[in-house]
Design a binder for this molecule. Structure first.
Ligand SMILES: Cc1cc2nc3c(=O)[nH]c(=O)nc-3n(C[C@H](O)[C@H](O)[C@H](O)COP(=O)(O)OP(=O)(O)OC[C@H]3O[C@@H](n4cnc5c(N)ncnc54)[C@H](O)[C@@H]3O)c2cc1C
Length: 501
């Protein structure tokens, strides 16, 4: 069937001269070949052939819906594809993959559109837009959740929470299932239920040759290994099948908030609580200017705060003592920790992360929260430059850290904490100031970090060395070998790229 498709797609090809690849010996040779071969959009009849092969709409610049499809979370990203295919299913994805490969066009894939580097968007190429495919199916008897590739985590929770099931997701419900999971993916329930990638049972994927494949422990196991942590390097996934865990719909969770003047004491308390925490407890230290959130007293709005958000994954009654250490510390200006719908907690931070704002992140992993790290974090938080910016320091470790480090391609399994310095602002003329704050923060804390990295938190300006640092030599070499097998031409090169070995 796949070969029939490939033959049929011959009409997709627009003839163009082949350019020599001067950088053939460099590790990015294939990426450059793809880029060099990409010389403008194919002609109208070639595009017409693709349109005829798709059931979903194919949009070009100026078409209704084109700009909306290209509007992603990070408003800093100016790239625009020439074509957007709003795919209706796997057959459309096959057509798009063949079209991009045969015409030497840059190819990108949009899931939730949340990637900070804006990797959903390519310049002048074809974007496969999965956002019409947001279906989620739960099999409560088997504890299995199946999500289409355009689903966001809010879609998954909407179906699974009424049944008391959860798949480990991030801390903002609008994040896409696809990019999140393939980079590893951690959030409130991960210390207990492991990373999203660890809970993946299978995927349906279209690889660079236009073949539809299933990847799981028993089918294409090398590809399945790489897809769990290796990001969007290996093909276009059309659906994900996860193992779900009992959790919710009610959960013990919330936030305690203090004025920034107490930030050092709050950070030390965070350290004490997290050092002794059972897997069920996940804490997140937040340093920022208080937004006008309804759960915060109005007198705090617009003032610098230090907060600890927390979630207990398990029977709420069993978590009360562990939470008490957070609730009884000092005199919080606000305390929202109580038994509530898990979805309320899971969506609590959504409004502080709107689509279209300007964002710039710097991040690192840490093995511990030492005095020097606390002092440096607080000192730089006090210099925060925007009311929308935030510093998030999340407790990791727990169950994922006890798994085999080579179980899959997640390269940060032994991390105990992750720091994400999130600059956010509205006015493009202020870019330099807010980016400088995030970079200075990162430069100051970096010597205390593990030196590892997370592909899902990388900005546009983080290069190959940082991608390598995300995996270490062994995982990186194994990923490059899988890449050579399934995408030797580096068609899927737009994200944090692992060139074929
Ligand atoms: C507000 C916010 C909160 C976040 N919170 C967390 C968190 O708590 N924990 C955490 O681990 N991460 C978190 N992240 C980071 C998140 O994991 C990444 O941004 C991730 O890339 C988002 O996935 P997406 O599908 O929304 O991204 P998109 O921008 O749509 O896609 C990113 C890349 O993923 C790949 N991709 C997407 N869809 C497919 C597909 N169907 N097939 C193949 N490749 C595909 C492509 O390479 C694409 O370029 C957060 C991000 C934001 C913006």
């Amino acid at each position: 069937m796949a070969e029939l498709w490939s033959d049929a797609m011959l009409s997709f090809r627009t003839p163009r001269p082949r350019i020599g690849h001067a950088a053939a010996d460099s590790e990015n040779a294939m990426a450059q070949v793809v880029a060099e071969e990409s010389r403008g959009a194919p002609d109208a009849s070639t595009i017409g052939a693709l349109r005829g092969a798709l059931r979903g709409p194919l949009l070009e610049t100026g078409d209704a819906g084109f700009e909306e499809a290209c509007s992603i979370w990070n408003g800093m990203i100016a790239r625009r594809p020439a074509l957007v295919a709003r795919v209706s299913g796997a057959a459309d994805v096959v057509a798009c993959v063949n079209f991009a490969r045969e015409n030497g066009l840059p190819l990108s894939i949009r899931g939730g559109g949340h990637n900070i580097a804006g990797t959903a968007l390519c310049d002048g190429g074809l974007m496969i837009d999965m956002t019409l495919r947001r279906g989620v199916h739960v099999d409560p008897g088997r504890g299995i959740v199946r999500a289409e590739a355009g689903a966001i985590w809010g879609d998954v929770d909407h179906e699974s929470q009424p049944l008391g099931l959860v798949v480990p997701s991030g801390i903002v419900s609008k994040t896409g299932v696809a990019g999140f999971t393939m980079g590893g993916g951690f959030g409130w329930t991960s210390r207990k239920c492991r990373y999203a990638a660890d809970n993946l049972l299978s995927v349906d994927i279209v690889t660079a040759d236009g073949e539809r494949r299933r990847a799981s422990e028993s089918e294409n196991p090398d590809l399945f290994w790489a897809l769990r942590g290796g990001g969007g390097n290996f093909g276009a996934v059309t659906s994900f099948e996860f193992r779900a865990h009992p959790h919710g719909p009610q959960a013990l969770c919330g936030m305690v908030v203090y004025p920034m003047a107490q930030a050092r004491e709050v950070a030390h308390q965070f350290r004490r609580v997290t050092a002794a925490a059972p897997d069920e407890l996940c804490c997140l230290l937040i340093l920022r200017i208080a937004p006008p959130a309804p759960f915060l007293p109005t007198e705090l709005h617009g003032t610098p705060i230090a907060a600890i958000a927390a979630c207990w994954t398990g029977d709420p009654a069993a978590g009360r003592d562990a939470m008490q250490a957070l609730k009884s510390f000092g005199r919080p200006a606000a305390d929202t920790i109580t038994v509530k719908p898990y979805i309320a907690h899971q969506t609590m931070l959504d409004s502080s992360q709107p689509f279209g704002r300007r964002y710039y992140w710097k991040s690192d992993f840490f093995a511990e929260t030492g005095d020097r790290l606390i002092d440096t974090m607080v000192e730089h938080a006090e210099r925060i430059t925007s009311p929308h910016s935030a510093v998030l320091f999340m407790h990791m470790g727990g169950a994922p850290a006890r798994l085999d480090p080579e179980l899959n391609a997640v390269g940060f399994r032994n991390a105990q904490y992750v720091l994400n310095v999130q600059a956010a602002w509205e006015n493009p003329q202020e870019d330099r100031r807010h980016i400088a704050w995030a970079r200075d923060y990162w430069t100051a804390t970096r010597p205390l970090s593990t030196g590892a990295a997370y592909i899902n938190f990388m900005t546009e300006d983080e290069g190959d060395a940082r991608v390598r640092a995300a995996y270490g030599d062994r995982l990186y070499a194994r990923l490059a070998a899988v890449k050579a097998k399934f995408d030797p031409g580096n068609l899927f090169h737009g994200a944090q790229n692992i060139p074929p070995r």
